[in-house]
Design a protein around this ligand. Sequence first.
Ligand SMILES: [Zn+2]
Length: 425
Amino acid sequence: MKQALQGTGVRDLAMARPAVARDRSASRRANLSLVLRLLRDEGPRSRARIAEDTGLPKATVSHLIAELLDGGLVREGAAERDRGSVGRPGQAVEVDGRRVHGLGAEVNVDYVGVLALDLRGEVAFERSVPLDVRAVGPAAALDAVARLTEEASDAVRADGGHVVGLTLATPGAVDMAAGVVKYASNIGWRDVRALAELRRRLGPGTPELHLENDAKLGALAEYVLTSADNVRDLVFVSGQTGVGVGIIAGGQLVRGTGGYAGEVGHLRLVPSDEPCACGRRGCWETMVGRDALLRYAADPGDPVADPMIDLDTRLAELRDRARAGDPRTLAALDRIADHLAPGLALLADILNPRLLVLGGHFAYFGEYLIDAVTRQVHELVMAPEAGGGEIVLSRLGLTGTARGAALLALDAVYQDPTGVMGAAA
Ligand SMILES: [Zn+2]
């Protein structure tokens, strides 16, 4: 089965705990998971083709599909003429997104948001509210998350679905198992028992809760989006107030021993004495993060630098200026590119990713950054042509993190579909 897995490009996500076939029910769970993930990753297909793709006997596949149909996780799709187009067309089976939903909640420096994805990965609900998270403190931020979560759950239920899990995304280092945000300098959280607090607020009927770092979830969302290209090594660079990195290596999310893997934003990569929220000076994110961009682009008194004005409005204004050819704005973006390149080159040299994906404001202003950054990275890295790697812009916008969080919540269903198949399990 391992070969079939690799051959079909079916991916294990970050939570991947590949089922070990110890007994019949374990092997049934593993096979249900394999078929469901095949349909997610490779799209609708007939039973005959599923058998071919997984290496499972046709009778077994028919059995598994019947169970998944019963559990409401797949449905019959359009007729598919099997490859070669000789003989009877088979009935294609596809993932059914109507019933099962995962939530992704995000706490960031200046907003909190919740997004619901159905099992197919389609957005069913999305809402965020501006909030000065550092100023209001963890309790008020988690109150806001709980309110949005209830709103999302109500919307999902009104559509006849139910929520199977929620992943909370925060900046900084998190202890996933304990549900504790250990240290997130940009929002000022230290040892916050985020999941226990959220569970208390949500009360009875709280779905399964997970906690993960925002850049890692951003990487996960990008990884899922690019799956068709058979990418196994990807690095996502978040562009927020802070700059974190999420690393997928060999198809697995890299966390490191203490969950700190990817905290590149606090390395000193370019000469600087700028104070950082972590208490030190000269961290990379103070030179390439969003505040750095606003600092380079605008003097105090300029509306772009006015924290009382909505951030989206300020960034849109800055983009208008760039498009109008404003020299100060273009110089600020050049400076971001110059400071960004050494960090990306370091990541390229250490990890040799197929894709280096730029998110947040790096993507928002991507048209002004990508050429300069690519050229400089190619000059800096040891391997010719950046070792086959490519720098690309995220297409997920600001919702990438929440999407990754919801995907992680849904991954539990893909790893063990029997958990939501009711009496059939
Ligand atoms: Zn720092």
